[in-house]
Design a protein around this ligand. Structure first.
Ligand code: 13P
Length: 247
């Protein structure tokens, strides 16, 4: 059985004070949940969140660079994230791909470095509206998954979480329906099975992301292939995020 994992991607929101206030509450409110709960906060809040000594909520970052250290102004390394108590790191989010022009090759280097350092990547894949209309959804997610996981070892794949986030459903209020998301996620799992093995593919957790709210989470979690959610806007308010975690 795969343990469900629900992660909040705060994107560029919250000061350190706002972050610590919310996560302190969240940690108490979800203490008994069977779900693995992760908050992916901005870099600036991670050390303070870690210093709270959380019992339940795990920490993740939203990006990193693949180099060990050096002249990379503005970048953060995997070791730095480990040092401030991160267990997870989101890689290849569509906003990184679209706004910051990250390609599959760069994302793959980050995935490999995260794993080598002991961080668990949340690798994001998903199609644009144009690609969906052109019937390319499956090809797009298969290619992003294959390229993103190139060079990952069989002993490492269990550490990887994949998030299927159709770009047209992010922040728009539009969602994929549960059945459709389940089918796309099934094809991502088949890809993992081909790259690694059917047994290992059964162990990898694959989330849905895109306008997940307390009112629609169950539709996704009821699907056999969907193992959790990556939540943007609705992870910013403790009541909403708790409502999602308690689906
Ligand atoms: P929303 O939940 O705000 O649509 O964002 C989804 C997302 O991008 C999570 O990574």
């Amino acid at each position: 059985m795969r343990t469900p994992i629900i992660a909040g991607n705060w994107k560029m929101h919250k000061t350190v004070g706002e972050a610590t206030e919310m996560v302190r509450k969240l940690d108490e409110l979800v203490a008994d949940s069977p779900v693995e709960v992760v908050i992916c906060a901005p870099f600036t809040s991670l050390a303070s969140l870690s210093a709270l000594g959380l019992n339940k909520v795990k920490l993740g970052a939203q990006n990193m660079y693949f180099a060990e250290q050096g002249a990379f102004t503005g970048e953060i390394s995997a070791a730095m994230l480990e040092d401030v108590g991160c267990e997870y790191v989101i890689l290849g989010h569509s906003e990184r791909r679209e706004i910051f022009k990250e390609d599959d090759e760069l994302i793959n280097k980050k995935v490999l470095k995260a794993l080598e350092t002991g961080l668990k990547p949340i690798l994001c894949v998903g199609e644009t509206l144009e690609q969906r209309k052109a019937g390319e959804t499956e090809n797009v997610v298969v290619e992003q998954t294959t390229k993103g996981l190139a060079g990952v070892g069989a002993e490492q794949i269990r550490q990887v979480v994949i998030a299927y986030e159709p770009i047209w459903a992010i922040g728009t209020g539009e969602t994929s329906d549960g059945n459709d998301a389940n089918q796309v996620i099934a094809s991502i799992r088949q890809t993992v099975a081909k790259l690694f093995s059917p047994e290992l593919a059964q162990e990898v957790r694959i989330q849905y992301g895109g306008s997940v709210k307390p009112g629609n989470i169950k539709e996704f979690m009821d699907q056999p292939e969907i193992d959790g959610a990556l939540v943007g806007g609705a992870s910013l308010k403790v009541e909403d995020f708790v409502g999602i975690i308690n689906y």
